[in-house]
Write a protein that binds this ligand. Structure first.
Ligand SMILES: NC(=O)c1ccc[n+]([C@@H]2O[C@H](COP(=O)([O-])OP(=O)(O)OC[C@H]3O[C@@H](n4cnc5c(N)ncnc54)[C@H](O)[C@@H]3O)[C@@H](O)[C@H]2O)c1
Length: 257
């Protein structure tokens, strides 16, 4: 049995992870941590605790799954690595240099860490298809749509998609005239290879993304919609089991599909 700790257990994603772990015969939930709902019972022998470090030292999980928030995730991962606990990270908002630092520390300490901006198979395929299309088009922009309680923008999925697209095409806004924004931000944020990312936030959406490619006389749209948080769980469980068998640093679910 793999002993699992869930960090952010009272949150929208954390609750789903707790259920998914409890329903998997190879996994045992040994601790749950959250700043809120401390003391609440989430399983027979597991109550929500407030302090990550104390919980890890006393309950000794093999792997933790973290779905907390962008402002705390870098600090959390450093705690996991310092305590030699492997981690599956769903929380978004990490900066590029932070991911580099985590990779270095994980490899130096030989403690596995699996970071995925998106744990759904459909979204991973959408990113891979967008990367392939970027070889054949010279103009592309990304639109991402989320609920209005999401704290970071653009989404980790949009950043990762832009990185994959940029890895195969140096410039994805060819031929655009010189632009002037009358209202600042109108053209979105600009990622590598001049890929514009537009973040839409409103109730009604959970998580969606559309990558639009344009060429003379044609438009290609590649779109993925997450409509229920359950869609992330098979990817999270896959990452947990993968990490149990090795100590690697991995960034992106596509690496283990
Ligand atoms: N990788 C993916 O596939 C994926 C999918 C959905 C959401 N996300 C990301 O996961 C994160 C969580 O999303 P959510 O919708 O569940 O948010 P949420 O606000 O519903 O839940 C976050 C929980 O974390 C807790 N928390 C925050 N800081 C903490 C800390 N230092 N210690 C303990 N608990 C802490 C909060 O109290 C809250 O209960 C976000 O960054 C979101 O973008 C990733």
């Amino acid at each position: 049995m793999i002993k699992v700790g869930v960090i952010g257990a009272a949150g929208k994603m954390g609750k789903e992870v707790v259920n998914a772990v409890l329903n998997d015969k190879d996994l045992e939930l040994v601790c749950a941590v959250d700043k809120f709902e401390a003391g609440k019972k989430v399983a027979d022998n597991v109550e929500i605790e407030e302090d990550i470090e104390a919980a890890l030292k006393s309950k000794k999980p093999d792997i933790v799954v973290d779905f907390t928030q962008p402002s705390t995730i870098y600090k959390n991962i450093n705690i996991y690595l310092d305590l030699n606990v492997k981690s599956v990270i769903g929380t978004t908002g990490l900066k590029k240099e932070e991911i580099e630092n985590i990779k270095k520390k994980s490899e130096e300490k030989n403690v596995g860490c699996f970071i995925a901006p998106n744990f759904t198979i459909g979204a991973v395929l959408m990113m891979m298809f967008a990367q392939t299309a970027s070889k054949y088009f010279n103009n592309a922009e990304i639109l991402e749509f989320h609920h209005n309680q999401k704290k970071d923008a653009p989404s980790g999925t949009a950043i990762k998609t832009a990185e994959l697209m940029a890895s195969v095409n140096e410039n994805l806004s060819n031929g655009n005239c010189e632009e002037q924004e009358t209202i600042k931000g109108s053209r979105g944020g600009c990622a590598e290879s001049n890929i514009r990312i537009h973040s839409i936030r409103m109730p009604g959406f959970m998580a969606s993304q559309e990558v639009i490619f344009g060429a003379a006389g044609q438009i290609l749209k590649i779109r993925h919609d997450s409509v229920d948080r359950k869609c992330y769980m098979s990817g999270v469980i896959l990452a947990l089991k993968y990490l149990n068998d090795n100590n690697k640093f991995t960034y992106g679910l596509e690496n283990i599909l």
